[in-house]
Design a protein around this ligand. Structure first.
Ligand SMILES: Cc1cc2nc3c(=O)[nH]c(=O)nc-3n(C[C@H](O)[C@H](O)[C@H](O)COP(=O)(O)O)c2cc1C
Length: 365
């Protein structure tokens, strides 16, 4: 199904508004990630030079240098191909993974496919993750996964669950009650692995168990504490004078599971999950804490876009990668594989959360 016309124009407009809002307006808080309650006691005398720490992992059948992904943001509006091209060039230079923004716009108007496929023009080697919302998957049916993989060569498809954003969005579609069934059919049909991805409100243990039961093995927790999509939509509701949506957004802006808690929730369900720890990862220290808590990889979105818009993208990523390696060296390990052996101290509300949810795996190590 290809929808030309009004719907396509609205999607394009919304994509551009989102970039403008996340760059110019306050869109984080009020919840925090709770990484601030995690401490990793370091060795004042590291055993290895930071550049020699091995952080290489295999992700979706491709080798990457650091377990880091720029998570899905853009594509789908004329001009966004320039952003995706730059993100792909940078991801290629540092050998990290790259997520695309929702491919919905290319389903509605095939002419926009180039805004996504540009990433393969500049880099054939990195893992690229496609993206679609659960609402679109429900609307178009599982056969849409073949269309999505034909728009650009992707190594996995992220299906984003943005329930709270859709509740607040003026044009939101809340087709989610049959979501697990929809996901299960998409997994059966998809030629590439499916990653289930939140957008900033986190994944709980109970839901992760449901996802496991329908065959999901990749989860991007995208927890609370980073970009808050209820706040983003609140700005749009204010701009359009939609008072009902403003009240809804105001009442929902503190929902969600802090990222650090969400990683522990999902990891407690299964060792088999490949977990992308994301949502408010703002420093290499946050990233290493996420990995120590059980994430297999970390993801960042808004700070990467901001660095790109400030023309600092390469410097930002170079510093981030070096920061991760320096911190791992300070923990006395030479390879990321040994991160579980590093001491960890969990304090405050995160400790209370882990205790009240009876999450035990962290104390076993
Ligand atoms: C401008 C922008 C656009 C985004 N568009 C998408 C999208 O199309 N699909 C998606 O799954 N997530 C999207 N996200 C969400 C991010 O991938 C990420 O999950 C979320 O922003 C939390 O990460 P952060 O705190 O590092 O920004 C977008 C984020 C930004 C900043």
């Amino acid at each position: 199904m290809v929808l030309e016309g009004e719907e396509s124009k609205k999607t394009v407009k919304r994509k551009l508004e989102h970039i403008e809002i996340v760059y110019t307006k306050p869109v984080e808080g009020p919840l925090a990630t709770w990484f601030e309650y995690v401490f990793l006691p370091h060795r004042a005398l590291p055993v290895v030079e930071p550049e020699k720490v091995s952080t290489r992992i295999s992700f979706l059948g491709r080798e990457i240098e650091v377990p880091l992904m720029i998570t899905g943001m853009t594509g789908g509006a004329p001009g966004t191909e320039v952003v995706n091209r730059s993100l792909a060039e940078a991801a290629c230079r540092y050998r990290i993974a790259l997520g695309l923004g929702s491919q919905r716009a290319a389903l509605e108007s095939r002419e926009l496919a180039y805004t996504y496929s540009v990433v393969r023009d500049v880099c054939a080697e990195i893992p690229v993750v496609g993206n679609i919302g659960i609402s679109e998957l429900a609307r178009y049916g599982p056969e849409v996964v073949e269309q999505l993989t034909s728009i650009v060569e992707i190594d996995a498809l992220a299906v984003h669950l943005n329930y709270f954003q859709e509740v607040v969005q003026p044009e939101g579609l809340v087709y989610m009650s049959k979501g697990l069934e929809v996901l299960s059919k998409a997994i059966d049909r998809s030629p590439v692995p499916v990653i289930v991805k939140e957008v900033g409100f986190g994944i709980s243990r109970e839901f992760a168990a449901d996802l496991y039961s329908v065959g999901v093995r990749y989860i991007d927790v995208a927890g609370s504490g980073g970009t808050n999509w209820v706040l983003v939509e609140l700005h749009r509701a204010v701009d359009s004078g939609n008072l009902v949506k403003q009240y809804i957004a105001d009442g929902l802006k503190s929902v969600g599971i802090p990222t650090a808690a969400s990683i522990t929730e999902v990891r407690s369900v299964s060792e088999d999950f490949f977990i992308i720890g994301s949502g408010g990862v703002r420093s290499p220290y946050d990233a290493v804490k996420a990995l120590r808590l059980g994430a297999s990889m970390v993801g960042i979105a808004r700070p990467v876009l901001v660095a790109y818009l400030r023309k600092h993208l390469n410097e930002f990523l170079k510093a981030f990668v070096l920061g991760i390696k320096s911190l791992l060296a300070s923990l006395g390990i030479t390879t990321l594989r040994d991160i579980e052996k590093c001491p960890i101290v969990v304090t405050g509300p995160l400790k209370d959360w882990i205790t009240s949810r009876k999450i035990a795996y962290l104390s076993k190590t």
